[in-house]
Design a protein around this ligand. Structure first.
Ligand SMILES: *Cc1c(COP(=O)(O)O)cnc(C)c1O
Length: 222
């Protein structure tokens, strides 16, 4: 009997298929394995299968899990995908290779200071509150040009734009809007698409998809 494909192989195949439909090369799209809430024992098998980019949404949790994993896999790349408080900027710059949640002026200042202090510049995606949802993080669309100018002025390397569309509605229009905002502002990277919609995101230009539950199984509630 043949071995069943692992979840990682299956996601990679689905990503490649979506890229080809959109006349894109599969290599243009990076898979971020979102390992939040999952213990090192669940993360190690993905590292063993060759996955190298991981996403965590909390600084504290990542600081507890990743130093040991990185000793064994020094080329693992860690991305912060959750909201960041300014007082954790130093820790975030030391721990992460990329931040997807730059969304306000005070955080631009805190990250610029932290990067200067550390002598280390890490790429940031600016998160856009694409559905204008009051409870969600992300910069308002109207404030985006000013925030980008500020980040550029502060010497923060900008990777692109990131969004989390509203739940339970068709995400495609939001992905298309984020793609247009990135193009209008001269940005190449698009961090969009999760377990339920990464293929749609890839067809609409995603360069980074953030996939958690489809790789690791459902997270425990809470
Ligand atoms: C948890 C999370 C994901 C992954 O979500 P899944 O639906 O489990 O794939 C992606 N992006 C962000 C910002 C997240 O918090």
């Amino acid at each position: 009997m043949e071995n069943a494909a692992t979840p990682l192989e299956e996601i990679r195949q689905r990503m490649a298929y979506a890229a080809r439909i959109a006349s894109r090369e599969p290599e243009e799209v990076a898979l971020i394995a979102v390992s939040k809430t999952h213990p090192p024992e669940s993360i190690a098998p993905l590292l063993e299968q060759g996955q190298r980019i991981f996403g965590e949404n909390r600084v504290q949790e990542a600081a507890a899990k990743w130093p040991a994993l990185r000793e064994q896999w020094p080329d693992a790349e860690l991305h912060l995908i959750g909201q960041l408080q300014s007082n954790k900027a130093d820790e975030a710059v030391a721990l992460f290779d990329c931040i997807h949640s730059l969304d306000r002026s005070s955080l631009v200042a805190a990250l610029a200071r932290a990067m200067d202090k550390a002598g280390r510049r890490i790429a940031c995606f600016v998160q856009v509150n694409i559905g204008a949802e009051p409870q969600k993080g992300g910069c308002a669309i109207a404030d985006l040009p000013a925030l980008l100018a500020e980040a550029r002025g502060a010497g923060i390397p900008l990777a692109g734009l990131m969004c989390v569309p509203p739940l339970d509605v068709e995400p495609a229009p939001y992905f298309a809007l984020l793609e247009k905002l990135a193009a209008d502002n001269g940005l190449a990277g698009l961090s969009m698409g999760m377990s339920g919609d990464f293929e749609t995101a890839i067809m609409l230009g995603a360069t980074h998809v953030r996939v958690g539950s489809a790789l690791f199984g459902e997270r425990a509630a809470g």
